[in-house]
Design a binder for this molecule. Structure first.
Ligand SMILES: Nc1ncnc2c1ncn2[C@@H]1O[C@H](COP(=O)(O)OP(=O)(O)O)[C@@H](O)[C@H]1O
Ligand SMILES: [Mg+2]
Length: 1016
């Protein structure tokens, strides 16, 4: 709890002795020391300081934000915060009822509350909320300009009642609102008592508007020129700056989104009313006429109606009787009455129109941003205060009745219901007496016998009933009522004049009302002619204010409700509305009549304290309880602070659970248990509970978050699983349909000549790319099989060799003997070798000594050696080694060359039979193959070596070029091929360091008459 210096006691409940004297002493002491706020529990008593107080700045806002009432010195901010907190935390609608007599500071209080709410909300800075806040605050300037006036009690007296609902979203930020206005005191438009003024806007227009506007409205700056604004003879008020206020209002109108045209209409209407006040009537041969036709012109121009029609409407009226339409000229009195009624009505409609425009700017609409969340609201009621003037008329009667109703509401909610509740709940209770003003409310509003009912009856009467007759009727019916009297009923009461006055003993004092005008004001009638006139205005805004002017003259309309009944109904609706909300009260007190910051008029204040029932309030409060709640709700709110009640209490009733919590925290002394509710005496206990709850909320939030996250994750997982299942199905479907497609495409492949080679494969779906690769391989195998199956199996090895040869030599060498049968071991056959049997025998012997398995290739060759000598030999290629045999006895000449020692093979691109087998060790085998039939054996030899080599070592390098390189005796030598007609068979010769391979012409190609080896 914060400590703060306190003067007297900050809460009257803490007074040692509770009586009026002690109450007054505390209040006066605090006022004199600059402490204008004091609590009675949660009710804030505010004394008008009549000076600027330095307690409403941002620091103070910060000090009170989100704090409990008793943590800080009493302040109206704390009430605003409490109301906002209840609304936010419990999602309950709340209201702040500000009451007190005229000039006690209600309107200021309501503005302070609004500013506080604006300061503490919209931390997120959302622009829409900023706009709503602006409208809520700026609407005040406009409403005060048109609805407030200087009275003898208050320089800025509200002459209308205002109830403002502010809607909040779940974060507690204002998202819109609605203003209800109650009975504007429109008689002020045409008449002001001595010392009073008309509504501020008239003077603001005259003093503050630019010359141009004034000229356009045909006005001068002197209020004395206008009858409607000069009667009180106090156009200048020290505390009011009309010029500045005009600017303020203009600015506010703009930010409230009034268009230029609307602002123009508005000031024209105000100007027209001032001119209308100067209209005078005279009679010409018994006919009412208006001598000043220029003035009529001006007014007609301002209202955008024709001068003729305006004049007609002021001087006569149209009557419809039995379908006939007639004109009836006014008497001078009627004309004056009509003029005044017109002025009042125009102003009243203008005011209603302004309020409607403001409301539409902040309406909480069904669509869009505002309706996204359920809203809760705070209602702020600032209504005209109780007032007594020298001359009190119908308006004061209504205003004071309104205050009776509010006092009644306070009694109902704070004094009566509270006490009744204790009894009902079986809580021990000493009843506290208080004055219940219900009897006065009944005096005014009771059906049939209340003043409003009597007034209505008089107005209903077709015959001519005068105000005097009305008073007689009231005297007759209310005779003997404790709170009503008149001179006729009590001749000793010299305050009252005969036949014109009656007196009501209000809760706040005696008020003498002057009956004259009651009937007219209650009827509130306006000649239909005016409604039609203004409906026809070419100014759309003005026309809109008079919708019923559209009715035809002969149309019969229902008699409208009287002003009194309308007001009574609106009050009962207001009370009903407030009853549904959690109320907070600000009770305003006026310290003196002279607007002095230092004067504390003890008797005046005492009077207010008494009639407001504040001492009784303290008594009820002190004996009572700060907080009560139904057991179920209490448990729901606090169950998380005890392990025995969290997450749910199972050992008994809600009441037992509640008790469990309170015992556990040792609050038993501060509570009483009613039948259905728990009652907690001090706010501190409640605060402690709330604190605990806040601490535990972190845990609760974590639990909720945990479960929620778990739930979300599980949902997500399920969705993912589902997604995968769908993906899987889809993928299978895609694959299946791809395979189906392939199937149809390749259905006839078998019958095709190329076995489907020309069929274009459709693009596979992504996941099938690899599979398609395999499928293609399979297809190729199948195709190969289909092609090969026509060839006998024993030819397949030879075919394989030919394919190898083709893949190496195709398009690189002229020919390689594809067209003939490849025999391999040629020398084993008599066609190639006459000594074949010696050969076979010798090879067999060789096989036995060298351990090879088979002979792959054999041929006669011409060999060239490192000594540049040619020799005729046999080349024998086995699965292990390459041997050179002598050509007669077929004996091995040297050690064979291991196949694995071969490093490459070179051949030319031509049809010759030159072949270089490169060996590791620098001695290559350079030979030219022989063939008895001139066959090309190069392809066969290469394929054989290549395939074998692949089996034992890897890929054998094959070079095909015009000039071959070889190593002989470790020397690199070049072999070039030459065609020569002198030789019969291919041979080698030395050419310097190089070698020439000489070919007979039949191994060459003829081109352009030259024979040469063709490049490939
Ligand atoms: N809290 C306050 N601080 C300073 N002056 C105030 C305060 N409350 C009221 N007043 C003064 O008292 C005047 C009348 O207050 P107002 O709120 O208009 O009374 P009400 O609405 O009750 O008739 C204000 O114009 C202002 O000068
Ligand atoms: Mg006011």
């Amino acid at each position: 709890m914060a400590t703060h210096r306190e003067v007297g006691v900050g809460d009257f409940v803490l007074l040692d002795k509770i009586d009026l004297d002690h109450f007054m002493k505390n209040l006066e002491m605090r006022f004199r020391n600059g402490y204008i706020y004091t609590y009675i529990g949660e009710v804030c008593v505010s004394v008008n300081p009549y000076r600027m107080m330095n307690i409403y700045d941002k620091d103070h806002v910060h000090q009170y934000k989100d704090r409990e009432l008793f943590e800080n010195p009493p302040h109206i901010f704390a009430i605003a915060d409490a109301s906002h907190k209840v609304m936010r935390q419990q999602r309950r609608d709340t209201c702040i009822v500000i009451s007190g007599e005229s000039g006690s500071g209600k309107t200021e209080a309501s503005k302070i509350i609004m500013k506080y709410i604006a300061e503490v909300t919209n931390q997120g800075g959302r622009s829409e909320i900023e706009r709503v806040k602006n409208v809520l605050i700026q609407s005040n300037d406009v409403l005060e300009a048109f609805g407030n006036a200087k009275t003898n009690r208050n320089d800025n007296s509200s002459r209308f009642g205002k109830y403002m609902d502010i809607h909040f979203d779940f974060k507690g930020d204002p998202i819109g609102g609605h203003i209800n206005k109650y009975l504007l005191e429109k008689s002020r438009v045409i008449y002001q008592q001595e010392g009073e003024r008309n509504f501020h806007c008239f003077y603001q227009l005259l003093m503050g508007s630019p010359d141009e506007l004034l000229k356009r409205l045909s006005l001068t700056r002197s209020p004395d020129n206008y009858f409607f604004v000069k009667q009180g003879r106090s156009a200048n008020v020290d505390s009011v700056n009309d010029r500045m206020d005009f600017k303020k209002v203009e600015n506010s109108l703009k930010s409230l989104q009034f268009s230029k045209e609307e602002i123009d209409s508005l000031w024209r209407v105000v100007g027209a009313i001032m001119h209308l006040g100067n209209v005078e009537f005279s009679t010409d041969e018994d006919k009412v006429v208006i001598p000043d036709s220029r003035l009529m012109n001006t007014i007609a121009n301002l209202l955008k109606v024709t001068r003729e029609e305006l004049t007609e409407a002021l001087c006569e009226r149209v009557i419809a009787a039995h379908g006939d339409v007639m004109r009836k000229e006014h008497t001078k009195t009627e004309a004056l009455y009509g003029r005044d009624a017109l002025a009042k009505a125009i102003y009243d409609r203008l005011f209603t129109w302004i309020v409607d425009r403001i409301n539409s700017a902040i309406a909480v609409t069904d669509t869009g941003y505002n309706k996204k969340y359920d809203s809760s609201l705070i209602g702020v009621l600032d209504i005209y205060g109780f007032e007594i003037f020298d001359n009190n008329s119908f308006e004061q009667f209504c205003i004071n009745y309104c205050n009776e109703k509010l006092q009644q509401l306070f009694i109902e909610l704070v004094l009566k219901q509270e006490q009744e509740e204790y009894t009902r709940e079986g809580i021990e209770w000493q009843n506290i007496e208080f004055f219940n003003n219900k009897i006065i409310c009944d005096l005014v509003e009771a059906p049939h016998k209340g003043i409003i009912a009597i007034l209505d009856e008089a107005c209903l009467n077709v015959g001519k009933v005068t105000d005097e007759m009305l008073l007689e009727a009231m005297d007759e019916k209310l005779k003997g009522h404790k709170h009503y009297t008149s001179r006729q009923l009590k001749s000793t009461d010299k305050d009252l004049r005969h036949k014109v006055d009656f007196k009501i003993t209000h809760y706040a004092g005696n008020v003498v009302y002057y009956i004259n005008g009651f009937m007219d004001k209650n009827k509130d009638s306006l000649f239909q002619d005016f409604k039609r006139l203004l409906y026809k205005s070419s100014d759309a805004n003005i026309s809109k204010m008079w919708p019923e002017g559209a009715q035809h003259i002969t149309e019969v309309t229902k008699r409208p409700l009287t002003a009194g009944t309308l007001f009574k109904n609106s009050m009962s609706e207001l009370v009903k509305n407030l009853q549904n909300k959690e109320p907070h009260y600000v009770r305003c007190i006026k310290p003196n009549e002279i607007k002095s910051p230092s004067n504390f008029d003890f008797e005046r204040v005492k009077h207010q304290v008494s009639y407001l029932g504040l001492v009784e309030n303290v008594r009820v409060r002190r004996a009572g309880f700060a907080y009560r709640q139904r057991y179920d709700r209490f448990l729901k709110r606090y169950k998380m602070i005890s392990p025995s009640t969290w997450p749910s209490f199972r050992n008994g009733s809600d009441r037992d659970g509640t008790k469990q919590i309170m015992d556990e925290y040792r609050f038993a002394d501060d509570v009483k248990y009613g039948h259905k509710k728990i009652f907690i005496r001090s706010p501190k206990t409640l605060f402690a509970l709330e604190n605990k709850r806040n601490e535990r909320m972190f845990y609760v939030v974590t639990v909720i978050q945990k479960s929620w996250r778990g739930y979300k994750a599980r949902q997500e997982y399920k969705r993912m699983k589902a997604a995968f299942a769908i993906m899987n199905y889809y993928r299978c479907y895609k694959m299946r349909s791809y395979i189906d497609k392939l199937e149809t495409k390749f259905r006839s492949a078998k019958q095709m000549k190329d076995y489907g080679k020309s069929i274009k494969w459709p693009a596979p779906p992504l996941p099938l790319r690899k599979t398609v690769h395999t499928l293609r391989k399979m297809f190729n195998y199948w195709r190969a099989y289909m092609i090969l199956r026509k060839i006998p199996k024993k030819e397949w090895p030879q075919l394989k060799l030919k394919i190898t040869a083709a893949s190496i030599l195709n398009k690189k060498r002229v020919s390689f003997g594809l067209e003939r049968k490849w025999e391999g071991n040629y020398l084993s056959q008599p066609s190639e070798n006459t000594s074949y049997s010696i050969y076979n025998e010798s090879v067999n012997n060789l096989r036995n000594t060298q351990h090879f398995k088979e002979v792959l290739f054999s041929s006669f060759v011409t060999k060239f050696n490192k000594f540049n000598k040619c020799a005729e030999r046999v080349l024998l290629v086995t699965d292990k080694c390459i041997f050179k045999l002598d050509k007669d006895r077929f004996k091995n000449m040297k050690e064979g060359v291991e196949l694995s020692a071969v490093t490459g093979i070179s051949v030319s691109a031509g049809p010759d039979q030159l072949v270089v087998i490169h060996c590791a060790g620098g001695n290559d085998l350079v030979v030219s193959l022989h063939s008895t039939r001139g066959e090309d054996k190069i392809g066969e030899l290469i394929a054989l070596l290549f395939n074998k080599y692949a089996d034992i070592k890897g890929e054998l390098q094959v070079n095909i070029s015009k000039v071959l390189m070889c190593s002989l005796g470790g020397k690199r030598r070049q072999i070039s091929i030459q065609v020569s007609s002198e030789i019969k068979s291919a041979t080698f010769r030395k050419d310097g360091a190089n070698i020439i391979y000489n070919l007979p012409p039949d191994h060459a190609i003829l081109e352009n008459g030259n024979s040469h080896i063709k490049d490939y």
